[in-house]
Design a binder for this molecule. Structure first.
Ligand code: C2O
Length: 469
């Protein structure tokens, strides 16, 4: 970790020197700050609360951003830069915003530094938090609570150049321009970094360790395939497409967030996290790290009112309910919860077309209140099933239980962490499903041996069937 940081800092210094020698066409702006420590907090951080008055905002593809929205984004960054000039210590200003990223890549001074959030499983959730607060600050500055960051979908062969908003005009009069950026209008990101061959491999990583990075608590944590592959390549390319040498701002972590392109790049990274999680062809399904230390981890950010806010990984997993945004074109089912009461509930789902020996039924995103337990029997193509239906019935798949977490509600047990259940489909039943387009799955809550429970409070996000070979 330390060695890597030294390398990046050294790279940054060398590149800064080179940039000066080369005399860029546009004067370089502020560079790597001497001290990345955030402004001192006036008091203890307040816990994050979802802004439920805010409607769901849509982050749009930068390649097709309506002109009016691009203009508003420009005004917002203009205000951000002005704020920084007016009060360099305002934590919401442009330079302080960039400094947040510097601090969290271990770039402090005098032996103090923020936690390193690159190169491990912190990468995705930390950047999601960062973008959220940055976006709310931008919105506040232009009086538009609905403002969103666009995303740069560089995997799409038709959007491999920087959108014109960032480069037109390609000088300091454009708040989305960055004087240190070497990528010019019309420069094209190469296939080797972000083309379909690369992206197929990256998005097909089967586990969170491989896709998202491993636990930061390991002696040698590793970043995931997206972070260490296309994410880094786009940073390097924006900084300097001709050499891929580290050039501030984008290709050096400590200065990367001084280029507004950073935030559109990371909106895409953030979007790809969801795309990976929701990949319907994945078997077993892609999942976040099932680890309480990941879920309960917290960071602090200044919000749009300058309030220091403490936010956890758990707080940002459901972007619609909690952070009030979604991505254009994202499947809608993701954040919708289906409620299961004491009554059986049936749902039709697709049967995968690939031939298989064993089907696996997944019930995902199950949540129950912490003081409740549940026992649920699952049937295929038997919508009339009740608690009295025999478990010898050929349509019976199996059952699952959810154990209450506590008998008393305590602070730390506010909610049950969503869980996912897998049930293998018995072979004979599997044979009946083969070749069929869909199957109707019925969930039957039970109490005791064969009675209907008094009161069941369970929700889940989806049911799906996968195959194992
Ligand atoms: Cu925090 Cu793209 O790096």
């Amino acid at each position: 970790m330390t060695a890597r940081r030294d390398f990046l800092q050294l790279g940054g210094l060398m590149a800064a020197g080179l940039t000066l020698l080369r005399m860029p066409r546009h004067a370089a702006r502020a560079d790597e700050p001497d001290d990345c420590a955030p402004p001192p907090a006036p008091g203890a951080p307040v816990p994050f609360k979802p802004d439920t008055d805010l409607g769901i905002r849509t982050r749009k593809n930068a390649a097709a951003l309506p002109r009016a929205e691009a203009d508003r984004l420009k005004s917002a960054y203009d205000e951000l830069r002005k704020l920084s000039k007016k009060d360099p210590k305002d934590p919401r200003g442009w330079l302080q915003q960039a400094i947040v990223h510097c601090w969290y890549c271990g770039g402090g001074q005098n032996m103090t530094a923020g936690e390193e959030i690159h190169g491990s499983w912190w990468f995705f959730p930390w950047h999601r938090c960062y973008l959220y607060f940055h976006e709310r600050i931008l919105g506040k500055l232009v009086g538009d609570k609905k403002l969103t960051l666009p995303y740069l979908d560089w995997a799409d062969a038709n959007s491999r150049t920087l959108p014109s908003w960032y480069t037109d005009p390609n000088d300091d009069s454009n708040p989305l321009f960055d004087g240190n950026r070497q990528a010019k209008p019309g420069d094209k990101l190469p296939d080797q970094y972000v083309g379909s061959t690369v992206m197929k491999r990256v998005m097909g990583q089967p586990t969170s360790d491989l896709f998202m990075g491993t636990s930061a608590f390991l002696p040698r944590p590793a970043g995931g395939r997206l972070e260490n592959g296309p994410h880094g390549a786009v940073h390097l390319w924006v900084g300097n497409p001709s050499t891929l040498d580290p050039t501030p701002d984008m290709s050096v972590l400590a200065t990367a967030a001084q280029d507004p392109v950073f935030f559109a790049h990371h909106a895409n990274i953030d979007r790809l996290w969801d795309v990976w999680l929701q990949d319907p062809t994945a078997h077993p399904p892609h999942m976040n790290p099932p680890d309480g230390r990941w879920l309960s981890h917290r960071w602090t950010f200044y919000d749009e009112e300058k309030k220091l806010t403490s936010i956890s990984v758990q707080d940002v997993l459901d972007t619609e309910t909690s952070l009030r945004y979604r991505y254009e074109g994202a499947p809608v089912m993701a954040a919708k919860k289906i409620e299961l009461t004491a009554k059986p509930l049936s749902q039709k789902i697709d049967v995968p077309t690939e031939p298989s020996l064993v089907y696996v039924l997944h019930i995902e995103g199950i949540e129950v209140p912490p003081t409740k337990s549940a026992v649920v029997r699952v049937f295929a193509n038997l919508p009339t099933a009740t608690p009295e239906t025999s478990i010898e019935d050929p349509h019976y798949i199996g059952y699952f239980t959810i154990l209450a977490k506590t008998s008393k509600v305590r602070e730390q047990h506010k909610s049950h962490t969503p869980t996912n259940v897998m049930l293998d489909v018995p072979a004979d039943l599997g044979k009946m499903l083969r070749g069929k387009p869909e199957v109707e799955v019925t969930l039957v809550p039970v109490a005791g041996v064969s009675s209907r429970p008094q009161d069941v409070k369970l929700s889940f996000q989806r049911i799906r069937l996968t195959v194992t070979k």
